[in-house]
Design a protein around this ligand. Sequence first.
Ligand code: MSP
Length: 648
Amino acid sequence: MLEEELSQFYITTPIYYVNARPHLGHSYSTMVADALVRLHRLEGEESFFVTGSDEHGDKIVQAAEKNGQKPQAFVDTISGLFQQLWPTLGIENYRFARTTNPEHEKIVQSLLQKVYDAGDIYFGSFSGHYCYGCERFYTEKELENGLCPQHLTKPELISENNYFFRMSKYLPWLKEYITSHPDFIRPERYRAEALGMLEVGALDDLCISRPKTRLTWGIELPFDSNYVCYVWFDALLTYISALGGPDGADFAKFWPGEHLVAKDILKPHAVFWPIMLKSMGLPLYKHLNVHGYWLSRDTKMSKSLGNIVEPKAMADKYGLDAFRYYLFREMHFGSDASFSEESLITRINADLSNDLGNLFSRVLSMMSRYFDATVPVPQAMNEDDQAIADHCVQAMQNFVTLFGGIRFSEALENLWEFVRALNKYVDSQAPWSLYKAGNTDRLATVMVTLLTGMRKIALCLVPVMPKASALMLSQLGEASETPSLFGDELQTFGVIPSGQKLARESNIFPRFEKPKEKAEAVDKKAEPKKEKSSEGKGSKGEVSIDAFAQLDIRVGTIENASRHPNADKILVLSINFGPLGVRQILSGLAEYYTPEALVNRQVCAILNLKPRKIRGLVSNGMVLTAEGEGGIVLLQPETTVPNGGAIA
Ligand code: MSP
């Protein structure tokens, strides 16, 4: 490819404040940038991202004082923690920018001068409600009951002379721009929120200076040495100073880029930053991608509550790749997500150990037995194989589109449908029977179809689980330093090369036991045994065979599944029981299965229970489940049986 033909992808994370240690929230944004860059590299693009530390301002000075340190020593330490953390989370391909870097300071000063010369900065007197936590003034209208809406603290009323950026002049232009560019800020809810901010009319010109009498820890204004620059004006410019500023070669090559932030800093990115770019005569960024908050068990993470999730500890305990998978799968980009070790374990056990890990382990051990771990020559594909090939190409293409479009959770869910389809294909083709019958040609075709599909899955997972993907690829006999996912690789199924040597076994994702369950199990052992009762839980009293025979337990196929509109834990299932018709049954499976994952599965259910109403919807029966290590699992017949078949 010629140099000019290479396309570029540039993205930034927020430039994090160094007043506190990095935690799960910072790590998520940074992992997302890392994964997107990896995806774009897979697609053959030249790509990297910028992250860094925001080191000026009141907030930092206060944190340093609290710690008994000078600001510079303090920011060096905390910035160091961020810099050390990223490689341990598998994060690569980035530049780490610090706002105290002299190069950055020079670029900020030259851009301030440019805006000043253009007449967009003026000197005026001002009095406003200043929140130290947010590092900004609030107007009367923006306060909630007189308190800062973010920190719920009373801001300080400050009157002083300052420099102002003529933001109000550009507000109508910005409103028009956001309205006419529907995906400039995405997902949609944040675009609506940004438009709402412009609508309310609470935005004035932006105070962009702090008098040195109050704050010296900042970049001096080039046109008045009595003032330093407002920390946001300084920090936002990192996105272009990291490219060498508007005159830098990288700026010409990589700008405009993409931004990635959480909902807390929507306003500076959706309002201040585009207006700053416009005033400086620079092209606007491509998209502002806004995600929700990671909560710790539904509660905001905070030091005082002691519920901060340490990403490194989680990665060490559960494996970095599994942890990364969980974060991408669990958070619907844009919405808040709740972190808990239980849900992490459920995901690892269900998606990674059961679905993906099991596929690798069973196929590679069969390959070892049937073909001495060497890829055989396949014969012509039949309809079943072709269906797998078609599904694979569709799944890969959807994955790339969805993942690239920041719909990570959907992208993985879509890919997992294919993982599950491959597991089903193993069951339906029954390679062990082909082997027993000596049908080597057909066996070779089935195994090659499986291996080819597995290889494509591993390729798609490179951005999310870089190490595990590399391991999967190497178990499939491939050890490319620069895997790719474009051109023929993306358009066609192809076949894995014959003769390639495979690993003889695979155990990539170990299962985990839930800590709570362990504790409960111990507690239960310690409890004195209760009188047995037929209603009690645990081991139950004897019943006659006649009593058991009264239960009508049948096999059916789930035709439809959806979430209960009023109960988070419950799924509403439509199950086809053949001659007995289709029934609606409610089941508490929502924590363990997505609705999509259940469609077409056969299950066992008791049909003659009295109908029950759960939060407004009727359940006509009960689906049978068992308590697995990672949570609830469905009871399924070993092979497909006719719907409506009785269980005895
Ligand atoms: N310094 C500013 C950003 C300047 S950008 C020019 C700042 N820093 S911050 O340290 O507070 O980082 C905020 C960002 O950290 C969020 O936008 C998000 O990317 C990440 N997160 C911090 N806590 C978070 C969660 N609980 N959940 C998800 N991400 C959050 O604001």
